[in-house]
Write a protein that binds this ligand. Sequence first.
Ligand SMILES: [Zn+2]
Ligand SMILES: [Zn+2]
Length: 195
Amino acid sequence: MQCDFSFRHYAECIRRISASPNRIEMIHDIDFEPNNVREMAEIECRNGLKTTYFVRLHAKSYNAFSLPVLETLSDLVESYGHRIGLHFEPSFYEEKRISEAILRESAILNFVLRVPITALSIHEPARFGGIKQEDVPEGMTLYCWDSAYYKGKKYISDSGSRWREGCMCQHLHHEEMIILTHPDSWFHRTSAENY
Ligand SMILES: [Zn+2]
Ligand SMILES: [Zn+2]
């Protein structure tokens, strides 16, 4: 098995994850484009995996509320059985407004998409820092490496299209694990398909 960022290898990894007895949770940050989201979602669904896709509301490159993106997001939930979360951008706000911003942004996402928003992740926490646990609304899970939810779980991510500790397929022996991927990083033949 050759490790790369091809959809071929993605499908191999997903097959192995779905066959594993370990508790492996897949999450995805839609940072720049929702191009590959449908294809990833379909591979996961075909293998019986339910995952979470985190959506930005302040991206320059896509509008979560435009018709094509809304249709993709709705399909993630309705056709593939996945979950939508808010990919929150703390650098957009002053610190004292963060708690209110999360509440309002998740409410508008919930209103437009008509799905519950119960998951929150942070965009670029390495550059701008995370958020305080007390700013997380009740009933919402914070997906960030320093959050209580990650305690005791192995966490790996393909941030910057690089697995810092080796590809996800080399880590599936961990009993509890969270794997973050970015749909923009994956392609069929060349990364030029995406950007
Ligand atoms: Zn691999
Ligand atoms: Zn992000």
